[in-house]
Design a protein around this ligand. Structure first.
Ligand code: MG
Length: 400
């Protein structure tokens, strides 16, 4: 079998919303500058968070890669953004056309050795989505779900934690209302995102603490609460915050600093009693190894759509299991993460992330995608890695 085309398809559609879709954003590293700190939710790219047309309509766009073969078998992966699409078209298409799509280990090695300046970031996103499309193709070719090809399932479904990015975090009344609603939907864990960082001073710190207090009071003593700093804090600020929220017993605190500051992670892990999660913004087994060698994290969060694909995430899982730490992939792609999670021991991957709002956007394109039911996501029994697209939702389509 040979790859005859690596198509990239751009699609547009409209998500129906109940008022403005994004209510609040998370704290970002660039918020140390007032110019950025005061900006609202998302900057509004059609392929990144969408553009709110009016109270009821969010215009969204996405890119998908489709690997086509001379035997008529195909595989696809997505959604992803425009910069990644460019890498697929310019760097990977000329490299992969004419090659055996089933030899995915060799193709990964070829891509990695070719993109010597692309071992992280958008270029690695491109390697990731192509790797996932090759797995989808392999599953469709054999008529089996990919978790079956890889020796799963270890369990029929994985508990999902609701990741609450995009909801209001500043009004305690609204936080309590949402937290309770998702508990009632069957989620046994929730992750919330801080809006304030060091540059917001004591007032912002108090608001961050209030968020955690509200969550614990609302959700009760036995409920898992995770907290995400999205790389935006520093060592003193994290210590000050941890001191004030320790008694609320968070399950973990995530990405306290930018990922290159491994020494900071190490210091935080030594001083703070709350488990530390991170590394979603790092790439490949070698990126994760930097943290593992310094024992800098308790929970590793590689994203299969960013860190090198399903192939690379499985290698990272093997590395983390050898170090006896937890590995819970970041939740860009629910279809891939569902497959990954039912391949792992429940000790290594006790949860799967379910980004509530992002999934409304990312799963919009698929026909009958995997979703949480009563707080768990079941292994998808269909052949391949991704469901097919729901063509009825696509208002505009073009090939790159
Ligand atoms: Mg995160």
């Amino acid at each position: 079998m040979k790859i005859v085309a690596l198509r990239v398809r751009r699609v547009e559609g409209t998500l129906t919303t109940d008022g403005p879709f994004w209510e609040e954003r998370l704290c970002r590293p660039v918020d140390v500058y007032p110019e950025f700190r005061d900006r609202g939710t998302f900057e509004g790219r059609v392929d990144e968070g969408g553009i709110q047309l009016d109270e009821r309509r969010l215009r969204i766009a996405a890119y998908f890669v489709i690997v086509e073969t001379d035997e008529g078998v195909w595989g696809h992966a997505g959604p992803f953004r425009e910069p990644c699409a460019r890498y697929v078209v310019t760097a990977l298409r000329p490299l992969l056309v004419g090659r055996d799509p089933l030899a995915s280990e060799q193709l990964w090695d070829l891509m990695h050795r070719t993109l010597v300046h692309g071992r992280q970031g958008e270029a690695m996103f491109a390697v990731s989505v192509v790797d996932c499309a090759l797995w989808d193709l392999k599953g469709r070719w054999l008529g089996q779900p990919v978790w079956r090809l890889l020796g799963g399932p270890t369990r029929p479904a994985t508990p999902a934690y609701a990741s609450m990015l995009g909801f209001d975090v500043l009004d305690p009344g609204r936080v309590a209302e949402r937290a309770l609603a998702f508990k009632e939907r069957g989620f046994r864990a929730q992750k919330w995102f801080f809006r304030h960082g060091p540059a917001s001073g004591p007032e912002g710190l108090a608001k961050n603490v209030e968020l955690v207090r509200t969550l614990r009071r609302t959700l009760g003593d036995d409920y898992a609460i995770m907290l995400d700093c999205w790389q935006s804090f520093d060592y003193p600020y994290l210590l000050a915050l941890a001191e004030r929220i320790e008694d609320y017993r968070p399950t973990w605190i995530e990405e306290p600093a930018m990922p290159d500051r491994i020494a900071t992670y190490r210091k935080i892990k030594e001083r703070v009693r709350i488990p530390i999660a991170g590394a979603e913004h790092d790439y490949t087994r070698w990126g994760m190894l930097r943290f593992l060698e310094k024992d800098a994290l308790d929970i590793y969060q590689p994203d299969p759509f960013w860190c090198g694909g399903l192939s690379e995430t499985l290698k990272i899982a093997a590395l983390t299991s050898a170090h006896d730490v937890i590995c819970i992939p970041h939740g860009h792609s629910t279809p891939v993460n569902t497959t990954f999670s039912v391949l792992q021991s429940p000790m290594l991957t006790p949860w799967q992330e379910y980004l509530v709002k992002w999934n409304e956007i990312h799963l919009f394109w698929f026909r009958d995608p995997p979703v949480p039911i009563d707080g768990t996501i079941a292994a998808d029994p269909r052949a391949g890695l991704f469901p097919e697209l729901d063509e009825g939702r696509i208002e505009l389509s073009e090939d790159l």
